[in-house]
Design a protein around this ligand. Structure first.
Ligand code: FAD
Length: 415
C-alpha cells in the first residue's frame, strides 16, 4: 500500500493545479485518474484570463509555456448577445480596444480543446518528481480511519493519505456520499458540445460568443473559435428549465443551426466533425460546505462553476491552488480536522464568492428577456459596467467592488 501526505483524486485542471502547487511547496503527493491522458472532456474549451492568472500564481514558468503552446487560438474577449440581438463585446483586458494593436501582444484568453489543455497540465505534473501520477485507475472506495483516509480503486490501487483533495469532477461520488452535496436543478446546468468546421462570421480577435436566445433562457448557445478553422459549438441551459420545458438540448442546437435566420447563414458551409456529447455543470450559485475531516473538494466536485458564463476551468485552478496552500498549513500544524480545513471554505468564498454572487444575479436577470435587453443597451453605453465585466474575466482580486449593492444602484439610476 502506498502512503502519502496528500492524495488527489482526479487530474483535470483542479487536481493538477493542487498537485503543482503542492510540488512548488515541496510537498509530495499522489494523483490518481481513471483516464489515461490525453483524454477528452466535454467542455466549451474557453480559457478566460483567469486561467493564465492562476497558473502564473502557481508557477510563472507554466504560464509562459502555455502562452507559447501552439494548440490554442488567442482570444481577446467575449461577445454577449441578448435575446433582442443587442450585442456587447467585452474584452478580457479592461483596456481592450479593437483598433489598438498593442493589446494584441498580450492575449490572456484562449480557446483550446480540453484534449490538449488537460494533457498540457498533466505533462506539467509529469515534470515534477514530487508528484506520483497514476493513470487508468478508477477510485471507488474511501474509508476514514483514525490514522488517515484509505482509498482503493481498480488495478489494486490502495493508498493511505493524511489528506484527500477530491478533484474528480461533476459526477463525484465523494461529493454526494461523503460531503452530502447533491445536484439541485436550480443550481446545475446541462450542456452539450460539438465540433464544427467552417463556421463563418467569427470575430477578428477570436472573441468567444454567448448567444442568449429567447428559447434557451437562462442559458445560451455558444460558438468558440478553435485552431484549424474548427469551432466548439454548444448549448447550456439551467437543468430546472430543461426539466420544466422538457427540452432536448441536442434537438434545440440542431434546430438553431438549421433554422435561426442568423445561424443558418453562418453554418451554411459548416460541417459537423464530432459526435454531440453532454455533461453536467455544477454551479457555484449557492454556498456549500466543501471541506470536512481530512478532505477538501475542488473544481467541479466543489460546485464552483460561474453561474452566468459557465466558466469552471479558472475556478478549478484557483480552488486547486487554494486547497494546496491550506493542505500545507494543516500538515504543518499537524491538524487535519474539519475545523482546521474550514479555513479552505473561507478562503474560497472570500476570493471567488463576490464574483459567483454577481454572476448568480446576472443569471437571474437574464431569465427576463426585456430586462436583459435593457441591461445590454445600458452596458453598451456604460463604460463602468464594461470595465467591470472585463474584470470578471481578468483578475479575481479586482472584483471586490462587485459585491457592493451601491454599484448596482449607481448603475441603474445614475445613467
Ligand atoms: C458542456 C460544457 C461546457 C463547458 N464550457 C466551459 C468553458 O468554455 N470554459 C470553462 O472554463 N469551463 C467550461 N465548462 C466547465 C469545465 O469543463 C469544468 O468546470 C472543468 O472541467 C472542471 O475541472 P475539474 O478538474 O474540476 O474536473 P474535470 O475536468 O471533470 O476532471 C475530473 C477528472 O477526474 C477524473 N475522475 C472522475 N472520476 C474518477 C474516479 N472515480 N477515479 C479517478 N479519477 C476520476 C476524470 O477522469 C477527470 O480527468 C464546461 C462544462 C461543460 C459540461
Amino acid at each position: 500500500m502506498l502512503e502519502t501526505k496528500v492524495c488527489i483524486v482526479g487530474a483535470g485542471p483542479a487536481g493538477t493545479a493542487a498537485a503543482l502547487q503542492l510540488a512548488q511547496l515541496g510537498i509530495h503527493c499522489v494523483v490518481v485518474d481513471k483516464a489515461v491522458f490525453p483524454r477528452d472532456k466535454v467542455c466549451g474549451d474557453g480559457l478566460s484570463g483567469k486561467v493564465i492568472t492562476a497558473l502564473n500564481k502557481i508557477d510563472p514558468a507554466i504560464a509562459t509555456r502555455l502562452k507559447e503552446a501552439n494548440f490554442k487560438v488567442n482570444s481577446w474577449g467575449v461577445t454577449f448577445v441578448s435575446p433582442g440581438r443587442h450585442s456587447l463585446d467585452v474584452g478580457y483586458r479592461p483596456d481592450y480596444n479593437s483598433s489598438n494593436q498593442q493589446h494584441k501582444e498580450t492575449p490572456i484568453g484562449y480557446v483550446c480543446k480540453r484534449m490538449d489543455f488537460d494533457n498540457f497540465l498533466v505533462d506539467e505534473v509529469r515534470r515534477r518528481s514530487e508528484i506520483t501520477l497514476l493513470e487508468g485507475v478508477t477510485v471507488d472506495k474511501y474509508e476514514l480511519k483514525e490514522d488517515g483516509y484509505y482509498v482503493t480503486g481498480s488495478n489494486d490501487f490502495k493508498v493511505k493519505a493524511d489528506l484527500l483533495i477530491i478533484a474528480n469532477g461533476a459526477h463525484s461520488s465523494f461529493t454526494k456520499e461523503v460531503a452530502n452535496i447533491t445536484m439541485e436543478p436550480e443550481h446545475y446546468v446541462a450542456g452539450i458540445r460539438a465540433y464544427y468546421k467552417n463556421v463563418s462570421g467569427n470575430n477578428a480577435d477570436n472573441f468567444i460568443e454567448l448567444h442568449f436566445l429567447k428559447d434557451l433562457l437562462p442559458g445560451y448557445f455558444w460558438i468558440f473559435p478553435l485552431p484549424n478553422g474548427e469551432a466548439n459549438v454548444g448549448v447550456g441551459v439551467l437543468s430546472e428549465a430543461v426539466r420544466k420545458k422538457k427540452m432536448n438540448l441536442k434537438k434545440s442546437m440542431l434546430d438553431i443551426i438549421a433554422n435561426d435566420p442568423v445561424f443558418k447563414e453562418r453554418f451554411k458551409d459548416a460541417e459537423l466533425v464530432s459526435s454531440i456529447d453532454g455533461y453536467g455543470l455544477p454551479l457555484g450559485s449557492k454556498q456549500r460546505v466543501i471541506s470536512g475531516e481530512r478532505y477538501m473538494l475542488v473544481g467541479d466536485a466543489a460546485y464552483l462553476i460561474d453561474p452566468f458564463t459557465g466558466e469552471g476551468i479558472g475556478n478549478g485552478l484557483y480552488s486547486g491552488r487554494i486547497a494546496a496552500l491550506q493542505a500545507a498549513e494543516a500538515l504543518k500544524a499537524n491538524d487535519t480536522s474539519a475545523a482546521q480545513l474550514a479555513k479552505y471554505d473561507s478562503e474560497i468564498y472570500r476570493i471567488l464568492g463576490p464574483e459567483l454572487k454577481l454572476s448568480h444575479r446576472l443569471q437571474k436577470l437574464v431569465k427576463y428577456p426585456w430586462l436583459f435587453n435593457t441591461l445590454m443597451k445600458i452596458s453598451s453605453r456604460n463604460k463602468q459596467l464594461q470595465e467591470l465585466l472585463s474584470c470578471m474575466f481578468y483578475e479575481v482580486d479586482l472584483r471586490k467592488k462587485l459585491a457592493k449593492p451601491s454599484f448596482y444602484v449607481k448603475l441603474l439610476f445614475n445613467r
